[in-house]
Design a protein around this ligand. Structure first.
Ligand code: 5GP
Ligand code: ZN
Length: 107
């Protein structure tokens, strides 16, 4: 999508340091963290929301979760939250599927 900020990050049109990159996803720090550690797992394919996910995207969504798990290990997080915000009432602002990794709170 031409005007999608996450598509621009995926295509490296907006320079962003990736913690991790796979064939189908990238992971980078959230620009406005809501937790001591806050990363975003972003699909390379533009799907606007979990609401638009179809059967054929099941593996991709599973991949995002698996990439998040690998990143969390890399970041040394012993516990964390994985969050999809879905739709405006669900707090979604960027209409491109992404999974939040939130952690780093004191025990
Ligand atoms: P949403 O509310 O859509 O689930 O989450 C979007 C997230 O993307 C927000 O936490 C916001 O801070 C983050 N974000 C928005 N624009 C950018 C950007 O250009 N770079 C980075 N790294 N994060 C962004
Ligand atoms: Zn996009």
């Amino acid at each position: 999508m031409n005007d999608c900020v996450f598509c621009k990050i995926v295509k490296k049109e907006i320079p962003t340091e990736f913690l991790q990159e796979s064939k189908d996803a990238v992971i980078f720090k959230d620009i406005k963290p809501s937790a001591p550690v806050h990363y975003l797992v972003v699909s390379k394919k533009h799907i606007s929301s979990i609401k638009e996910v179809e059967h054929e995207n099941e593996a991709l969504i599973g991949h995002l979760v698996h990439e998040a798990k690998i990143a969390a290990e890399k970041l040394g997080l012993s516990g964390y939250k994985l969050v999809f915000n879905v739709g405006r009432e669900g707090g979604q602002v960027i209409d491109h599927v992404h999974l939040h990794i939130l952690g780093g709170w004191p025990r």
